[in-house]
Design a protein around this ligand. Structure first.
Ligand SMILES: [Zn+2]
Ligand SMILES: [Zn+2]
Length: 168
C-alpha cells in the first residue's frame, strides 16, 4: 500500500487518518511464521506548520511455541510508531525518527514490516519465569518437578528407586 502524500507536503495544515491491516503471515521469525493474523496500524499523518509527521500504533499478535518449554503461546504487542516524514535530508540531520520519502510517497507496508521486525523480542516465552523442560525426561517443569531432579538431589532416593526397579 503506497500513500501519495503530495497534498500533505503542500504547506497547509491537514491530517490523514490511518487505519490499515497488513498480512505478515509469510514473514519468518526464528524459523517460524508467527504472525498469523493481520497486523493493524492506526493513527494519523499530520501536516502542521510545514512539518509532516506520522503518529500511529501497531498491534501485533505473535503465535509461536515457547523457546524454553515448547508450549504454544500467543502474545499481543502494541507499540507506537512516531516518524517525521521528509522529502530529503539536510546534512547531518538523519536519525531513526526520520523517514525519507521518495516522490512524497509512503510505502506503508514497508514501514509496518520494518517496525514489526525491529520491535519483536528475540525471546518468545510463555511467561517470564518459564522453567523449561527437564533435560533428562522432557517433562514441562512449569507443571511441577520431575523425578529426575529428586534422584539427582538425593542419592539415597536414587538407590531406593533402583532397588524398587530391580524388584519389578
Ligand atoms: Zn515456556
Ligand atoms: Zn526429569
Amino acid at each position: 500500500m503506497v500513500l501519495d502524500l503530495r497534498q500533505l507536503f503542500g504547506g497547509d495544515d491537514r491530517s490523514l487518518p490511518l487505519d490499515a491491516e497488513f498480512d505478515l503471515s509469510d514473514i519468518e521469525f526464528s524459523g517460524a511464521f508467527p504472525i498469523k493474523t493481520p497486523v493493524r496500524i492506526t493513527g494519523e499523518i499530520l501536516s502542521k506548520t510545514g512539518i509532516v509527521s506520522l503518529s500511529a500504533v501497531l498491534s501485533v499478535q505473535y503465535e509461536a511455541d515457547c523457546d524454553r518449554c515448547g508450549t504454544p503461546t500467543v502474545k499481543h504487542y502494541r507499540f507506537p510508531v512516531e516518524k517525521t516524514l521528509v522529502t530529503e535530508l539536510a546534512n547531518g540531520e538523519e536519525n531513526d525518527e526520520m523517514l525519507v520519502l521518495e516522490d512524497m510517497k509512503l510505502d506503508l507496508y514497508e514501514l509496518v514490516l520494518t517496525e514489526v521486525v525491529l520491535a519483536m523480542p528475540t525471546k518468545h516465552l510463555c511467561r517470564e519465569d518459564c522453567r523449561g523442560v527437564c533435560a533428562t525426561c522432557g517433562k514441562n517443569l512449569n507443571e511441577g518437578d520431575c523425578d529426575c531432579r529428586e534422584a539427582v538431589g538425593d542419592p539415597r532416593l536414587a538407590v531406593l528407586k533402583q532397588l524398587l526397579k530391580d524388584g519389578e
